[in-house]
Write a protein that binds this ligand. Structure first.
Ligand code: AMP
Length: 140
């Protein structure tokens, strides 16, 4: 299927809609998930037009996972997490809701369940505060 240039992450990448950005380089953008499953939930997307993992070349995938690891490290420190869950869905049947490949970085705490996937919108000020914490660590 052709890449949908009107998907929400494509619009964020083009600067058409706002995002709480935490990291950007020539190939990759990271920003806060607006419906976090845990405080500090971030998303990492490649700038290339790719719907899922099957559309990425190995170099592109390497760049994406390298930044994902950096964001995961920063999230662990910034949010004092006991662990970090990475998630990445390919296709609607697998739970993908936005058709532009992304990794989820989700801080985890012992004994604490995740909130539902993409269900409830977080307050803008809270998201801005979480983004600031991650940005500070990622831009050191
Ligand atoms: P997935 O189901 O893996 O495709 O995840 C898509 C994620 O994007 C969900 O966790 C949503 O909460 C998140 N999301 C949807 N719209 C936005 C947006 N405008 N900015 C940031 N995150 C978003």
């Amino acid at each position: 299927m052709a890449y949908d240039t009107q998907n929400i992450f494509a619009k964020i990448l083009r600067g058409e809609i706002p995002a709480h950005k935490v990291y950007e380089d020539a190939h990759t953008l990271a920003f806060m998930d607006v419906m976090p499953q845990s405080a500090g939930h971030a998303l990492i997307v490649p700038k290339t037009q790719a719907e899922n993992i099957f559309d990425l070349g190995t170099d592109e995938l390497q760049q994406l996972i390298t930044v994902t690891q950096r964001v995961a490290r920063a999230a662990r420190q910034a949010f004092n997490a006991d662990g970090i869950t990475l998630m990445q869905f390919n296709g609607e049947a697998a739970g993908q809701t936005v058709p532009h490949i992304h990794f989820h970085v989700v801080p985890r705490y012992a004994g604490k369940a995740l909130q539902a996937h993409g269900r409830s919108m977080e307050n803008n000020t809270v998201l801005a505060g979480h983004a600031e914490k991650l940005r500070t660590l990622l831009n050191q």
